[in-house]
Design a protein. Structure first.
Length: 287
């Protein structure tokens, strides 16, 4: 198992990575005037640590056999992943202007055949973890030391396929599998805990045979530590990190917006959001 990282941890630099991921996502949102922008802002710190530190990738060779796989199971978070792929140098910044338009390599829902670095076509929730289990088994069979990361959301926990895959991963002792879950307590129909209660979540995953951590997903040092622990453990268990996040993090008027699963933002508000983000970055107050 590889415990080395492509990029050494530098918290100051990772903060800048998270800021740029938020900025790219807002700029893409502005292109369409709408999108899953609250999720991108909330998930940016986890993506920053993943793409700025943890993942072993070759940006110029996105299909390199030795790469860590990052599966975006929640395909509607594509805008967030595109921002991370731009930051990682896998997608060019100029493509951002094409977001969501016909013939773009950046469609609104993640498509593996369209975008370099997009490992699966998401959209129908609950499929990432089953695919990740198959990939992790395959890599182990081939003696490939890469990790498989499955990125998913709390609303996906309503899908039975997630729990079947969770049992399979533990049964096969898939220590090369790391599941990252965005617990923003939101989904299309309202607060996730009200749609279908899922707590106590850490106890559930532990009972399914996983190594579990639960951290504040907008606390960059905590995210960094959790990902480092996941990669360096000796346990023969799959690993899950439950990240409590705030939708819209970094732009206060988006943090408090009601029904922020899919946001339409008035044209002047995009510039306002970018200004607020830039200001908090300059002042170092994004805490
Ligand atoms: C199998 C399936 N059922 C329903 C949907 C419709 N859908 C799209 S996003 C979404 C909410 C899922 O919860 P979550 O990802 O936690 O929402 P968010 O945090 O992004 O608001 C739903 C139900 C879907 N994409 N796939
Ligand atoms: Mg959610």
């Amino acid at each position: 198992m590889s415990t080395t990282t492509a990029v050494p941890a530098d918290l100051g630099e990772l903060e800048k990575v998270a800021y740029r991921i938020r900025r790219y996502a807002l700029r893409m949102g502005e292109v369409q005037g709408q999108g899953y922008i609250g999720q991108a802002l909330g998930w940016a710190d986890v993506l920053a640590v993943a793409y700025g530190h943890a993942l072993n990738l070759r940006p110029a060779e996105p299909e390199w056999e030795g790469r860590d796989r990052f599966l975006l199971s929640h395909g509607h978070y594509a805008i967030a992943l595109y921002a991370a792929l731009i930051e990682a140098g896998i997608v060019s910044e100029s493509e951002l202007e094409t977001y969501g338009s016909d013939d773009s390599r950046l469609p609104m829902s993640g498509m593996a055949t369209y975008t370099p670095g997009m490992e699966m076509s998401g959209g129908s929730l609950g499929h990432g973890l089953p695919i990740a289990v198959g990939m992790a088994l395959g890599l182990r069979h081939k003696k490939n030391p890469a990790f498989v990361y499955n990125s998913m959301s709390d609303g996906e926990l309503d899908e039975g396929s997630v729990w079947e895959a969770a049992m399979g991963a533990a049964h096969h002792a898939l220590s090369n599998l790391i599941c990252l879950i965005d617990i923003n307590n939101q989904q299309a129909d309202g607060p996730s805990s009200k749609v279908l209660g899922f707590e106590p979540l850490a106890d559930k995953w532990a009972a399914f045979g996983w190594h579990v951590q639960r951290v504040d997903g907008n606390d960059l040092p905590a995210v960094l530590q959790a990902l480092d622990i996941s990669r360096s453990l000796a346990d023969a268990k799959p690993r899950v990190i439950l990240f409590d996040t705030l939708m819209g993090k970094g732009v206060p008027f988006l943090e408090t917006r009601e029904k922020n699963h899919f946001i339409r933002v008035d044209p002047p508000e995009w510039q306002q959001a970018l200004r607020i983000l830039d200001q908090s970055q300059t002042e170092g107050v994004l805490a």
